[in-house]
Design a protein around this ligand. Structure first.
Ligand SMILES: Cc1cc2nc3c(=O)[nH]c(=O)nc-3n(C[C@H](O)[C@H](O)[C@H](O)COP(=O)(O)OP(=O)(O)OC[C@H]3O[C@@H](n4cnc5c(N)ncnc54)[C@H](O)[C@@H]3O)c2cc1C
Length: 377
């Protein structure tokens, strides 16, 4: 089958690799001139990363096994975590693209997808390349074109989506190789070491992100941090939409274009890779992708969404209380043994260990749940 994939990020490249390996005629169209650039990502991945992909030194910058989670009163809980990986997105995206090329996928850079029309069972896509219109026909079209997915807009399945903005810099700073998390700043703020002498530091929020970022960075690095900046790496992140339609006949969405992102952390790479495997299995075995991604990804993404909405309502005092509770030995053990990519078993352990935390159920977003057309409600 001839398959056109829009977007050469992790979702598009890994899908291209898996499809080309199965013998499909795969074309990947990317609007930028360089794969993996500009970088708009912190590149931290939980231990679950090694379950979805064979880890290769070529794209790993660092591994981290300790975290500090801060509370507004400047206390923190320091805990051991299972190995987290910090990747170089430029190298990672190119690594996956090279794998796809080796299997025969063809890449077309500087090709910006605009729209498509259906002709019998074929899809005719229109691109702009250096001001010229280019057309390409395929049996299947896959939108792996990120948060603002033009493919989903052209297929009329963009619907109502919400986004947060992430403002991040990569900057020189000596550090002790501990990932720091500030869950009370905006949606969350972080410090992620990429080596002994450099970090990625950022804030994600629905609004005022730049203001929150400036305040946070001034506090952490002092006022004269500008001269130490290596790169600005900001971007937008979709909030998982439980009503998302990721398949309309032979048009499919994957990764950020399908809003497959953990709302508590903005992490989308592991979900992109997992979704690529699901999608390719569906195409090869004529399965219903909408049903299959819901069966395999929905529950976890949904629990992250609810946890995110609950946490957005915490007062500063409640954050102080919660971080204090996590200083207890048995709670630290949960942080070590449970992966954030397996949030359901983590939540169950947390509630069993500390039933008093059920009081935060008062923040459960009941009203919003009424509008959800989901497989579990
Ligand atoms: C500040 C920030 C920090 C983040 N940190 C993390 C993290 O630590 N861990 C994690 O797992 N996730 C993180 N994420 C999320 C992660 O970056 C995304 O989930 C991931 O990139 C999704 O991959 P994708 O392939 O779906 O989309 P993308 O990586 O966005 O790739 C989409 C590709 O499509 C191309 N494209 C877009 N429109 C068109 C078009 N019309 N025509 C042709 N090509 C097009 C784009 O140029 C891009 O190359 C972060 C995001 C941000 C903004």
């Amino acid at each position: 089958m001839r398959i056109n994939i829009i977007g050469a990020g992790p979702a598009g490249n890994f899908t291209a690799f898996l499809l080309a390996k199965k013998g499909h005629n795969v074309n990947v169209y990317e609007k930028n001139s360089i794969i993996g650039s500009p970088v708009q990502c912190t590149g931290i991945l939980s231990d679950y990363f090694s379950e979805v992909l064979d880890i290769n030194k070529k794209f790993i910058l660092n591994t981290i096994e300790n975290t500090r989670i801060y509370s507004p009163d400047n206390n923190f809980v320091k805990a051991k975590i299972k190995k987290n990986y910090v990747i170089c997105r430029k190298k990672f995206d190119n690594y996956l693209a090279d794998m796809a090329k080796e299997e025969g996928a063809k890449y077309f850079l500087n090709h910006s997808f605009h729209t498509f029309e259906k002709k019998n069972n074929k899809i005719k896509s229109k691109f702009k390349n250096n001001g010229k219109n280019i057309f390409s026909e395929s049996d299947i079209l896959i939108g792996a074109d990120g948060p603002l997915s033009q493919v989903s807009k052209s297929a009329d399945i963009f619907n109502n989506r919400k986004f947060v903005t992430g403002t991040q810099i990569e900057i020189k700073m000596k550090n002790d190789n501990v990932v720091e998390f500030y869950p009370f700043i905006g949606c969350y703020a972080w410090v992620v070491p990429i080596n002994k002498n450099a970090i990625r530091i950022g804030v994600v929020s629905y609004n005022n992100t730049k203001k929150l970022f400036d305040k946070f960075v001034n506090l952490k690095l002092g006022k004269k941090y500008n001269e130490k900046i290596i790169e600005n790496q900001s971007g937008i992140i979709p909030i998982f939409n439980p009503n998302v339609i990721a398949q309309k006949k032979n048009v499919y969405l994957i990764g950020d274009s399908a809003t497959f992102v953990k709302a508590t952390s903005g992490g989308g790479i592991n979900q992109s890779l997992k979704a690529a495997k699901i999608l390719v299995d569906c195409i090869n075995n004529k399965k219903d992708y909408q049903k299959e991604w819901q069966k395999n990804l929905y529950d976890k993404l949904f629990v992250h969404l609810i946890a995110h909405k609950v946490m957005q309502k915490f007062s500063l005092e409640e954050w102080n209380e919660l971080i204090n509770i996590f200083s207890e030995k048995k709670m630290k053990k949960i942080l070590y043994t449970q992966s954030r990519d397996k949030i359901i078993s983590m939540m169950i352990k947390v509630i069993f260990t500390k039933p008093s935390l059920l009081k935060f159920a008062k923040y459960f977003p009941k009203e919003e749940l009424k509008n959800i057309r989901s497989p579990i409600f």
